[in-house]
Design a protein around this ligand. Structure first.
Ligand code: 4NP
Length: 162
């Protein structure tokens, strides 16, 4: 299975989700079963490592962020099984270049995998780029909860698929 996380710049939220999910998949013994990448709908940071603030917040939780930014392109709809957006603007920007309905069907919001966020109707991961370090901790908290739910879904999909 191949999963792509998508935000705007691909240096804060989606690299955090990529690093957190890969870390948790390893802990769950699923590291060989799922490939994880991230991308941004904007191209300003292509080739750059994650924002230093995102890296140090993740490192404090024992999680390495090792991606290099890439821009989201239409071909990603073919390369990935599940494409997970951080906010509704990311979703809208990807829908605008989706080649067909099956491609749109691969799109989700990250916090749809967090039952408490669904219950609260609070489904976006806010952009931390222009704020302080607290925003990066909040992103990590949201991403960790949603990735736990995502791993539970991956497990049940794998069980159902044999
Ligand atoms: P991200 O945050 O979408 O979580 O990576 C941003 C990083 C950079 C910019 C915007 C958002 N930017 O405009 O450069």
């Amino acid at each position: 299975m191949r999963i792509l996380f998508v935000c705007l710049g691909n240096i804060c939220r989606s690299p955090t989700a990529e690093g957190v999910l890969r870390h948790k998949l390893g802990e769950a013994g699923l590291g060989e079963d799922v490939d994880v990448e991230s991308a941004g709908t904007g191209g300003w940071h292509v080739g750059h490592p994650p924002d230093e603030r995102a890296q140090s917040a993740a490192a404090a939780r024992g999680i390495a962020l090792e991606s290099r930014a890439q821009r989201f392109e239409a071909f990603h709809f073919e390369d990935f099984d599940l494409i997970v957006a951080m906010d509704r603007q990311n979703l809208a920007d990807m829908r605008a270049i989706a080649p067909h309905a099956a491609a749109e069907g691969k799109l989700r919001l990250l916090r749809e995998f967090d039952p408490l966020a669904v219950e609260a109707g609070d489904l976006e991961v806010p952009d931390p780029y222009y704020g302080g370090s607290r925003g990066f901790e909040d992103v990590l908290d949201m991403v960790e909860r949603a990735c736990d739910g995502l791993i539970a879904e991956i497990r049940s999909a794998m069980t159902a698929g044999g």
